[in-house]
Design a protein around this ligand. Sequence first.
Ligand SMILES: Cc1cc2nc3c(=O)[nH]c(=O)nc-3n(C[C@H](O)[C@H](O)[C@H](O)COP(=O)(O)O)c2cc1C
Length: 342
Amino acid sequence: MIEKPLEQMGLRDLRGIMRQKVPAEAWTHFNGAAETKATFRRNPRAFQQYLFRQKIFHDVTEPDISIELFGHTLPIPAITAPVGSFSLIGKDAEREVAAGTERVGAMMFTSQAAKFDPRGWRGAAKSPLVFMAYMNRGKEEIEEYAKTAEDLGFAAVGITMDTVKPVKIGDEVPLSTKDGKPRKGHKSTPKDIEWMKQMVKLPVVVKGIMGADDARAAVNSGADALVVSNHGGRILDFNRSALEALPEVVEAVGNKVPVLLDSGVRSGGDIVKAMALGAKAILTGRPVAWGVGAFGAPGVERVFNIFAEEMQRVLVMTGVARLGDVSKAILFRDTADGVRAL
Ligand SMILES: Cc1cc2nc3c(=O)[nH]c(=O)nc-3n(C[C@H](O)[C@H](O)[C@H](O)COP(=O)(O)O)c2cc1C
């Protein structure tokens, strides 16, 4: 591989270097998804169905890509996704992810499945943090962690609700395993959202929404934000892509709560497309893993800078001065019957 400075590297470089550097087990785990990986492949492909409307006669030169979320101003609408297993990449990987996210001042969602608890994450990053629970950890630990997160000034708390069946990597049969033991799924109900709402004053985020009915149920139970996500293709093979589910969810909740999206975001252009279709911001999982696996904290910082540089280019080339002005008007849909405006 040709050596080039980090600030000239793209995501593909980081992915290739991560793959060479990390233990094979970590690569298989991070690149893994359920069964045939159809959902995993569909996620990034869905973004390719959209094209931009180029516009050159305007005054936009330095678009503003900051957003407001949960009372914080974020420099970029990209957030580190909750990942329970960064530590497979290396013993300091969680600390490096936190430090890299902090270098940018970006927001980070933290998983209850991680080695760090909320105190560990807070010690590792001054960036705005969100604690994401898994109901199978038991209500006692969730309550303790959520309250600690609130005391430590986290921006929000939430629940990842889509692991009704456990994460599955490839064809692990009959049961998906972790550390040689079968993983367990766990039921989540809208009552869990009500339970978390009365426990803390922070906004409560629900992750794993892929349709209008679940979106409405979550908001009716008090959810303050939703994450449209298919868990990066790790739960259900032949799911829709997250981007394909987004318009339905946005329509169902109107502007009652912010709708975030993850699964398959691989460029700043993808972020602009998601925002044009109604997302407030995106979460990014595997790209952060590539960054940290390749170069630690500076690699994570580079991932966000790549996204920022690409967003700037798209916004200038479509004549959009600020993210509030991103709308469907800048997109076309590339269909079998030809290219059509949205
Ligand atoms: C290795 C790995 C571990 C993950 N662990 C968690 C987790 O503990 N909690 C959670 O809510 N989501 C978890 N996710 C899902 C991510 O938060 C996110 O939804 C997904 O990675 C987004 O897709 P992307 O990787 O294409 O960006 C994990 C994903 C990966 C790849």
